[in-house]
Design a protein around this ligand. Structure first.
Ligand code: NDP
Length: 492
């Protein structure tokens, strides 16, 4: 019998109110392995109302900031204690390798701990009043009901960067996970109550983007939308926010450049390039999907890169020895075929990969692929594919590298490989991206802000400042003078 995972609404684990379910596929086999509820508009409304109630009355609204922080620390410990269940759920549901989900889930507790520690350090200010006898100060209050919209590619981590600061600041949350990655979030949700977070504070509604995400992001009682996903959905959400004037943060995709200078440690660069694009089968917002190599080392470096790429071991996501897993959805396969297939006609060529592997025979696997894209206008070099496809070309000097790297509407991340410290600083300043990694790639931390520019979205997740995005400022004025308040109609 197919496993069924109910959703969390107002502290209860429930099916959708019309008892409709959506099949969830296991990308490693392509087979259905479980079902999740297809929430109705009414279910979404119930979840938002529960969050709204939890904000206004009851134990959560009365909890001190320190107690909220302690609950987050307990949650971090519970995630650690259940790491293997959570990692396996993410692997089965999304096809991400068990070695990757284990690493990611092992790091998730650090985010709940970090924001747990910040909960009682969210402070207002006493302002230097310009009016004698008048005290002015500010409070930082929770903003209200937060809608957290999470994609499938790293669901538990991308939830943590939203949920942890939202709860630290005292908000209540309605989570809408991707229909392709709901089960790890539902498994995580079981820990929320155990952490002592009261009923209704965290709700999880599952189902398709439309209607579930649509109804949620338009809801009149939602005050803040934290979204990670693609640009088309982001545009819909921004339009929806015209209904409730919720503040919106957008963490979108990228077409991030990696730049290898001739003076770099090429062994490190090789590992950084391979991990940057083929990690998570390229289904990472910060995938280093464009590679620029300085002309004098291009041929040798690309030959080594092809050799290393062809050794990548594809296999079941549940096998700890697999080095690259499948794509997460059948639609992603079509996207891979489209971009790789059109490259030769557009003036590029396939250096390695480009098709389906012989082994594994089942599941949504594609080969790790390198395309040479010297010509302009090759779509695989310009658009986010969200798969294991690397577009490579040369550059002449530093100015040429900057110009080529910045020639994109995206602006999420960039990688620079060089041993010259002055060049490193110059490149950090010159690259138009929210994150620049030098001699490393894909490093993240709860302490480090994360986010992009232009089509990569706006706003920053992680870091201490992110918690303020989940607060609103209340300004208080107190007249502390003994004098009678002036008669408004008497000229002084
Ligand atoms: P989508 O934009 O399709 O989906 C993201 C989330 O939005 C899912 O939960 C989806 O639900 C939901 N959604 C879909 N339609 C709506 C709607 N009308 N209203 C509200 N919510 C909706 O992105 P993908 O799932 O394809 O994720 C990949 C994208 O995410 C890539 O572009 C990637 O770069 C980006 N990303 C960005 C990151 C960052 O931090 N900057 C990190 C990771 C990924 P459902 O899936 O059920 O339709």
């Amino acid at each position: 019998m197919t496993l069924q995972f109910p959703m969390l609404v107002d502290g209860a684990w429930v099916p959708s109110s019309d008892d409709r379910w959506i099949n969830s596929h296991e990308p490693g086999t392509g087979e259905v392995w479980a079902q999740i509820p297809a929430a109705t508009e009414g279910d979404v409304d119930r979840a938002v109302m529960a969050a709204h109630r939890a904000m206004r009355s009851g134990p959560w609204s009365e909890m001190t900031a320190s107690a909220r922080g302690e609950a987050l620390v307990r949650l971090s410990e519970l995630v650690s204690g259940h790491a293997s269940v959570l990692a396996e759920a993410e692997t089965r549901d999304t096809g991400k390798l068990i070695r990757e989900t284990t690493g990611s889930v092992d790091y998730v507790p650090a985010f709940y701990r970090y924001y747990g520690g910040l909960a009682d350090k969210i402070q207002g200010h006493t302002l230097p009043s310009d009016k004698p006898g008048m005290e002015i100060f500010t409070y930082r209050e929770p903003v209200g009901v937060v809608a957290a919209i999470v994609p499938w590619n790293s669901p538990q981590m991308l939830l943590a960067v939203k949920l942890a600061p939202a709860l630290a600041a005292g908000n209540a949350v309605v989570i809408k996970p991707s229909e392709h990655g709901s089960i790890p979030i539902l498994e995580f949700g079981k820990l929320v109550e155990q952490a002592g977070i009261p009923r209704g504070v965290v709700n999880i509604v599952t189902g398709r983007g439309d209607p579930v995400g649509n109804v949620l992001t338009r809801h009149r009682l939602v005050s803040r939308i934290a979204f990670t996903g693609g640009p088309d959905t982001a545009r819909t959400i921004v339009r929806n926010s015209a209904e409730n004037f919720a503040s919106v943060s957008l963490e979108l995709g990228g077409k991030s450049p990696q730049i290898v200078f001739a003076d770099a440690n090429l062994d490190s660069a090789l590992n950084g390039i391979v991990g940057g694009i083929f990690g998570a089968s390229g289904q990472s917002c910060v995938a280093g999907s464009r590679l620029y190599v300085q002309r004098e080392i291009y041929d040798d470096f690309i030959a080594r890169l092809i050799d290393r790429t062809e050794q990548i071991r594809l296999g079941s996501p549940l096998d700890p020895d697999s080095e690259m897993g499948p794509l997460a959805t059948r639609e992603q396969l079509g996207r891979f075929d489209l971009y790789v297939g059109s490259t030769p006609a557009e003036g590029g060529r396939v250096l390695t990969g480009g098709g389906r592997p012989v082994e594994p025979a089942m599941g949504w696997f594609v080969e790790p692929t390198i395309l040479e894209t010297h010509a302009k206008g090759i779509r695989a070099q310009e658009d986010e594919i969200f798969g294991p496809v690397l577009a490579v070309t040369t550059f002449n000097d530093q100015a040429d590298a900057v110009e080529k790297a910045n020639a994109t509407q995206y602006g999420l991340a960039a990688g620079v490989w060089t041993s010259a410290v002055e060049r490193a600083h110059q490149m950090i300043r010159a690259l138009s991206a929210g994150i620049v990694w030098v001699n490393t790639y894909r490093a993240t931390s709860p302490v480090a802000p994360f986010g992009g520019l232009r089509d990569s979205g706006g706003g920053r997740e992680s870091g201490a400042d992110a918690v303020y995005d989940y607060t609103s400022v209340k300004t208080a004025w107190i007249n502390s003078s003994d004098e009678v308040v002036a008669d408004p109609f008497k000229v002084q």
